[in-house]
Design a protein around this ligand. Structure first.
Ligand SMILES: C[S@@+](CC[C@H](N)C(=O)[O-])C[C@H]1O[C@@H](n2cnc3c(N)ncnc32)[C@H](O)[C@@H]1O
Length: 357
């Protein structure tokens, strides 16, 4: 093998770089988490104009012994696309200095924004989610349901019930993801119009249903989720909560909403739940509305595809689910006795699927 002078060598070193990049990919996630914990996006935003490193440091509550490290964290975050840099003139020295500005991604981390995904960052990059990855190889050789169970000794839903702090963190994370529904629900009039009632199955703390109930006051919305998830949540005239198990019973309604639910469950469970919904559809024009990922091997662009694959792996490690192609979704619908469906790619990574009896 060429040690590095010829074509063969440079190919090997390219391969080494590729390998090392993937070995250290977690550093990108952890740097992002650190930025959120320190509140860097909010400080950059509060400054109202590009912020220099000394200005940023003085606005953050960091130990004086750590200030010299901040440029390295920021360099990483700029490289990852969470901030960009521009030049500003220093009022005292009249010299040009580098200063940081937000990007569209870090704007999604601002606490004051309605679409703040900070809780999603903190919940998904939490020890409960990360520990199972160390067990993946052992899980493949063992008999546990998934790597989460291997790591924590119980399934994901039981873990949430027994760890209220984690349950709260996860609930806030999912609610922040759902909150982005406010960007699209008003454009979904034809999908929700005419419905008298809707059950949001596994609707968490009701973030998505709350948006629907406000946009369509004539729809009676009910969120069904596990009892510890929906206990003591504020109800409104047309938004109620029911604590229960969807495998036991789902109240009848004109429509059933499943946001990021089916991807957390295996095919057999999905068909079971879909059959229950088909039997429970109260109106003639009733339907199931699904908001979930649809993998499109041909059309998905690189970043979208990679993110969908991350979600697919996450569903394998944490629960019993998977991300599905259109064909795989169709198989579930037909097996549960539905006659047709319509996919609208509305939500970035997610699509809206209407399934009709
Ligand atoms: C991935 S979260 C989705 C939450 C919400 N739909 C959203 O997108 O924000 C899955 C939800 O399913 C709920 N869940 C899990 N098993 C359930 C069951 N057997 N019956 C009812 N809800 C369940 C969980 O408590 C959790 O809130």
């Amino acid at each position: 093998m060429d040690p590095g002078n010829g074509e063969g060598g440079s190919e090997i070193f390219r391969a080494q770089t590729h390998l090392y990049k993937h070995i250290f990919n977690y550093i990108s996630s952890m740097s992002l988490k650190c930025a959120v914990e320190l509140g860097i996006p909010d400080e950059v935003h509060k400054h109202g104009q590009p912020i220099t490193l000394p200005q940023l440091i003085s606005s953050l509550q960091i130990s004086p012994t750590k200030t010299s490290y901040m440029n390295r964290l920021m360099r990483m975050l700029v490289h990852s696309g969470f901030f960009s840099t521009t030049k500003v003139v220093n009022n005292t020295t009249q010299e040009e200095e580098e200063a940081y500005v937000l990007t569209s991604s870090s704007r999604l981390l601002l606490k004051e924004e309605p679409n703040c995904l900070t809780p999603f960052v903190l919940s998904m990059i939490s020890p409960a989610f990360l520990t199972p990855w160390h067990c993946l190889g052992d899980w493949f050789r063992g008999s546990e349901l998934n790597a989460f169970e291997k790591a924590h000794g119980m399934n994901f839903w039981d873990y949430g019930e027994q760890n209220p702090e984690f349950s709260k963190l996860f609930g806030l994370g999912m609610a922040s993801d759902s909150q982005m529904g406010n960007l699209v629900i008003k454009d979904c009039k034809p999908i929700f119009e005419g419905l008298g009632s809707l059950v949001d199955v596994g609707g968490g703390t009701g973030s998505f249903s709350r948006i629907i109930s406000e946009e369509f006051p004539s729809i009676k919305c009910t969120v069904l989720d596990l009892p510890h998830v929906v206990a003591n949540l504020p109800e409104t005239q047309n938004l109620k909560f029911i604590g229960g198990d969807m495998f036991q019973s789902i109240p009848p309604a004109d429509a059933f909403l499943f946001k990021l639910m089916f991807h957390a469950f295996g095919d057999e469970d999905c068909v079971k739940i879909l059959k229950k919904c088909r039997e429970g559809i109260a109106a003639k024009e009733g339907k199931v509305i699904i908001i979930d990922i649809v993998i499109d091997e041909k059309k998905d662009e690189h970043e979208s595809k990679e993110t969908k694959l991350f979600f697919d792996m996450l569903m394998m490690i944490v629960v019993t689910g998977k991300e599905r192609t259109q064909k795989e979704w169709e198989r579930l619908f037909l097996e549960a006795g539905f006659s047709h469906y319509k996919i609208t790619p509305l939500f970035g990574l997610r699509s809206l699927i209407e399934v009709f009896p």
